[in-house]
Design a protein around this ligand. Structure first.
Ligand SMILES: CC(C)(COP(=O)(O)OP(=O)(O)OC[C@H]1O[C@@H](n2cnc3c(N)ncnc32)[C@H](O)[C@@H]1OP(=O)(O)O)[C@@H](O)C(=O)NCCC(=O)NCCS
Length: 158
């Protein structure tokens, strides 16, 4: 990891993890973010070295997840997340036929709906009310079973 890349990944983690501790999203380590960027699966808007918005694609055995969507607080409601989610969806479509999904929270649901995602819970995929990769992330971060995430599983329609 170069110092610049490390700095960017750490900035992104520092945007994500306070939101994660408020249960708005799943936590991520800077190393995971860096890996996503290196694989071409991390999408960043930055201004003078300051990260404004980030979105990642995470690959699961059966899904491609659009995740870690975060915009720096003072830059919200300007269309940055929408722009990067659309970019990520375009890239995910080129990665194959797996369904494209997102785990949303009550505040981000409308945004994903506006971008073509639809709530479509799949009971067979959910264990104890949690979607398996979501649960695994909470286990990795020592939150399971005391996590309080209120995520909904969304599928991109088409
Ligand atoms: C959710 C989040 C990523 C949205 O980021 P954002 O950059 O503000 O997203 P956008 O600007 O694309 O869209 C947000 C809203 O602003 C509206 N908007 C977009 N451009 C706008 C503009 N120029 N003027 C006014 N409103 C605008 C959108 O229509 C959308 O409206 P909605 O609240 O009805 O859905 C951001 O609020 C955030 O980081 N939240 C904390 C982390 C989080 O919850 N992440 C989601 C995990 S699933």
């Amino acid at each position: 990891m170069t110092e610049d890349e490390k700095e960017i990944a750490e900035q992104i983690a520092s945007l994500i993890n306070p939101e994660a501790s408020r249960s708005n999203m799943l936590p991520r380590k800077a190393e995971e973010i860096h890996m996503a960027i290196q694989k071409g699966r991390g999408f960043v808007i930055a201004e003078n070295g300051m990260v404004i918005c980030f979105v990642a694609i995470y690959e699961w055995p059966r899904y491609l997840e659009i995740g870690s969507v975060v915009t720096r607080e003072e830059y919200r409601r300007r269309g940055y997340a929408s722009r990067l989610i659309n970019e990520a969806v375009t890239a995910a479509k080129l990665m194959g036929d797996k369904p494209i999904i997102a785990l949303t929270n009550p505040r981000s649901t409308r945004l994903f709906e506006a971008l073509g995602f639809r709530h479509k819970p799949r009971k067979d995929e959910v264990q104890n009310g949690f979607w398996e990769p979501c649960k695994q992330t909470c286990i990795d971060y020592g939150r399971w079973p005391k996590c309080h995430c209120t995520f909904m599983q969304f599928f991109r329609s088409e």
